[in-house]
Write a protein that binds this ligand. Sequence first.
Ligand code: G3P
Ligand code: MG
Length: 232
Amino acid sequence: MKRLEEIDFACIGHRGACGHAPENTLASFELAIDMGCPWIELDVYAVGDELVVIHDDDVDRTTNGTGAVVELPLPELRALDAGNGEQIPLLREVCELAEGRCGINIELKGPDTAAPVCALLDDLTAGAAWAPEHFLLSSFRHAELARASRRYRHAPLFGRAADFVAIGRTHNAFSINLSLRLTDAATVEQAHAAGLRVYVYTVNEPADIERMRAIGVDGVFTNYPDRVFGNN
Ligand code: G3P
Ligand code: MG
């Protein structure tokens, strides 16, 4: 299993390989790994004592149910169809699937996720299969990210203009994770000069993939890993 710094241009399977399979499902993560992704990305919410893997704060778009993720009882969430008969996975199920096969970027999407995610990672990294560097914690909720243990690498996410490098340094981050439209060569250069890596979302078009490679970004989140590997 590769650490991110061992990969020149990391293909990170965004919500798995969600251009080809229902997003944030075990089928999608399995496909991303099969396609050769050394890393996958997923989104988490805390529901009761569990962490569930889903992007939106409601279940309406991605399942056959309705309602807010954090307000639905876990058994109801787990009974929903997240596409092609897939369940909404638990974070620990995705970790079991990925063990020994790929790293995981865990995006803290919901509130109060830092502590339970770190508790799970503490359990996993107590064994031989996982090292702390096999995980990257990211969030648009920078305050939530700051609550996560420094045992794990941090990456503030940005969806609008900001002083990315200064904020990344303040967080003592491993990387800054930027929207494609915010990413240019000068930003990449400044980040690298500050010791920050740059990962860019969501990069699906072949021309954008090549442009990001050319300006020296360290990796991309893509719904189509096959396009990064050039076998589409
Ligand atoms: O972590 C990269 C990307 O997933 C951030 O945006 O909305 O797809 O979770 P979003
Ligand atoms: Mg995400």
